[in-house]
Design a protein around this ligand. Structure first.
Ligand code: TTP
Ligand code: CA
Ligand code: CA
Length: 673
């Protein structure tokens, strides 16, 4: 295989078989300081908040730590604190069932925007008013930001590399900091290499027993013994775990939240680690323990393998365990999965992942949407909802720095659904002058107006509004850009589909070139962070681990962020070990097990009523729309794909089916961690 393994043990041994030098070289130590993604001493951590929304509500309401509490969305539960998990509560039960299992349970409904209101609030009657309320996750976003800030404050400013991976998750590349601490603690490492030869091996670390404190330390691989002296990778990871302990303590002290952590040599393993022991614990997976740790997993638990690809592999090889697939040769894998995927898979189940912790991951789009139950029938109603969507999006834009013109979106999209048919309109957002809420609202209104004018707009069952194409702003520059505004503005709402197509195609070509130009190795199979569109600030900021990543069901659990779209299906596994493959069950009648009813032809979920099925299908639908919105660049790589400022889609399920086997449009951006 041409791709280099980032970790290739080579222990220089003395004649009697006793190791006298480290297996790591001076060069590798130097790579650690640079956070090189192929450095075998690399230390990556992942932190995931425990029962996040539930903790947010507990802290906000000052609820005692042992008090069972769950966060409610309509009649479903979306977050369950650990005290209530002891009563058997899960995301898949209704509030009524939950109360039966745990009469002492505090149920807190998520905050909502009420139709016509200017601001979201906690409404006592929200659960009964799905028709007139829309969920707001702002309170959790706010806490998420405070936690991120706290993490960044705790780590040294010049050595930190922190990536927000979702509303309650963060990756940290601790390599540079660990390197600094190692030099401080072990002066022998600061001595230059013998003969200035970077390929020389380091001296062994002093043999001290490593103190893992309360960490869960994964058992060593077969053949490895605890009695064996540690090497520098063990020391590095130990220091990493100390840092994570400090970070977690700071979050706890300053903000009162508990979280779990994983520390290992890459993102994929760190993430599996943080879910390994919950709540309020951290798990260390040393290099010498990776095989052992992974072989016990079902590969479907691994990032990127929770969905169709995972299914494809398990049906091709008739197993879903890592252990069974380790003996399968790369050639056999290639036959079944194709070259790129096979190589990715082969490396992944061996714990190899060189994806970078990307501290500059930034939002690419934001969406606010609502499925109407019942449908809405007048322009006035639509207008009231548009106001809410705009307010929702605008407040997020403000946080992104739109007022200071740091970053701003270039396009606005409106999707409108009636009777199984969707229409969408998009327009460029005039650049060169300050973007404000009323400007955005006017654009949204104009797009809506176009659809209404065309006729057949009612009854409308879903509207979603999104902004995208974020760019760094050129503050204060009003010369030629300012001059062009008028023309742009004038054109804005009349832009032909062809124009926008062309633009996307060009964008797509640039993306493609970037990818092709990127250096070899497994890295080239990873979509670069800036080619990955994100759903919004909290949930999408992930790199996609595969070239043609097939959409993973459930990975977009967080779509609720965008409105009352709920998960299409069940998750039979323990959420603690999830890699965000956990689907959502936030809507009434979703996630009921063992009941007969209406079945979804896309994911086989059983729904209790036709209405529930409709709302469930809206969920799929909203998801598809997002894929389309955010995946235009990917789409444009295949210029034949229909696209543009205007399109009508009959049934999203049909589309998905027809695209079977190949990455469908928009899939590239579906990258959740
Ligand atoms: P998770 O991190 O998956 O779960 P959690 O934080 O509630 O619990 P754990 O201790 O097991 O990590 O999701 C983070 C938040 O995202 C969660 O608190 C609520 C929201 N969410 C949903 O709204 N629906 C979902 O299906 C999932 C999985 C999460
Ligand atoms: Ca969590
Ligand atoms: Ca999480």
């Amino acid at each position: 295989m041409s791709s280099p393994l980032p970790f290739q043990p080579s222990s220089p041994e003395s004649g009697n078989g006793i190791r006298r030098k480290s297996q790591f070289t001076y060069r590798q130590l130097a790579q650690l300081a640079l956070s090189s993604t192929t450095c075998p001493l690399r230390v990556i951590a992942h932190v995931d908040l425990d029962a996040f929304y539930a903790q947010c509500e507990m802290v906000r309401l000052g609820v005692a730590e042992d008090q069972p509490l769950a966060v409610q969305q309509w009649q479903g539960l979306i977050a369950i604190n650990y005290p209530s998990r002891a009563f058997g509560l899960t995301r898949h039960i209704t509030v009524t069932e939950a109360k039966k299992l745990c009469p002492n349970l505090i149920l807190q409904h998520v905050a909502t925007w009420r139709e016509g209101d200017e601001k979201w609030a906690y409404h006592d009657d929200a659960a009964k008013n799905i028709a007139t309320h829309k969920v707001s996750l702002d309170p959790y976003r706010l806490e998420s930001r405070r936690i991120l800030a706290c993490i960044k404050e705790t780590l040294p400013a010049n050595l930190q590399k922190v990536e927000k991976a979702s509303i309650d998750e963060v990756f940290m590349d601790l390599s540079a900091q660990v390197h600094a601490i190692m030099l401080e603690r072990y002066p022998e490492l600061s001595v230059p290499a013998p003969n200035d030869d970077p390929t020389e091996h380091l001296p062994l670390p002093p043999t001290t027993a490593l103190d893992w404190k309360a960490d869960a330390v994964v058992d060593l691989d077969t053949g490895e013994r605890e009695e064996d002296d540690p090497d520098w990778d063990d020391i590095a990871i130990l220091i990493g775990s100390e840092i994570v302990r400090d970070v977690r303590a700071a979050i706890r002290e300053k903000l009162k939240y508990t979280c779990s952590g994983g520390i290992s040599r890459n993102k994929m393993l760190a993430k599996l680690g943080s879910g390994h022991k919950k709540p309020n614990q951290q798990t260390v997976i040393r290099n010498r323990a990776v095989q052992q740790f992974l072989s016990d997993f079902k590969f479907t638990k691994i990032r990127g393998l929770g969905g169709k690809l995972g299914e494809q592999v398990s049906s091709a090889f008739n197993t879903d365990t890592v252990k069974d697939l380790l003996p399968v040769s790369i050639e056999q894998l290639k036959q079944k999965l194709g070259d790129d995927t096979a190589i990715w898979f082969y490396q992944t189940i061996r714990g190899i992942d060189t994806s970078e912790v990307n501290s500059r991951t930034q939002i690419k789009s934001m969406l606010s949407a609502k499925s109407f139950q019942p449908s809405i029938n007048t322009p006035e109603q639509a207008k009231r909802w548009l106001r809410i969507f705009v307010a929702d999006i605008f407040s997020r834009l403000v946080e992104e720095g739109v007022l200071e013109n740091k970053r701003r979106p270039k396009t606005i999209n409106l999707h409108h659904r009636t009777g199984g048919q969707t229409r969408s309109r998009q327009a460029p957002i005039p650049q060169g002058k300050k973007l404000d809420e009323s400007g955005l609202f006017n654009l949204a209104q104009t797009l809506m107006g176009q659809i209404i004018l065309e006729g057949n707009a009612w009854p409308c069952s879903n509207i979603s509004l999104s902004v995208g194409g974020f760019e760094d702003g050129v503050s204060g520059n009003m010369d030629i850009a300012g001059f062009l505004v008028k023309g742009e503005e004038a054109k804005a709402l009349n832009m032909s589909p062809r124009d926008s197509d062309t633009k996307h195609v060009n964008q797509g070509r640039r993306e493609k070139r970037r990818r092709i130009e990127s250096p070899g190795g497994i890295k080239r199979f990873f979509v670069t962070a800036d080619s990955v569109d994100e759903h919004d600030d909290d949930f999408g900021a992930q790199q996609l681990p595969r070239p043609d990543a097939v959409f993973t069901e459930g990975q977009d659990a967080y779509l609720t962020e965008y409105g009352e779209v709920a998960s299409p299906h069940e998750n039979e596994t323990d959420n603690n070990q999830q890699i965000n493959d956990t689907p959502l069950s936030g809507s009434p009648a979703l996630g009921q097990q063992g009941l007969t009813g209406y079945s979804c032809n896309r994911c086989n979920s059983i729904l209790l009523s036709a209405d529930a099925l409709q709302s469930h299908q809206d969920w799929h639908f909203a998801k598809d729309l997002q894929e389309e919105d955010h995946g235009r660049a990917a789409q444009a790589v295949k210029p034949s794909a229909p696209s543009g400022g205007k399109h009508v889609s009959q049934s999203s399920s049909k589309k998905r089916k027809s695209g079977h086997g190949k990455a469908e449009k928009g899939q590239r951006k579906l990258a959740f961690g």
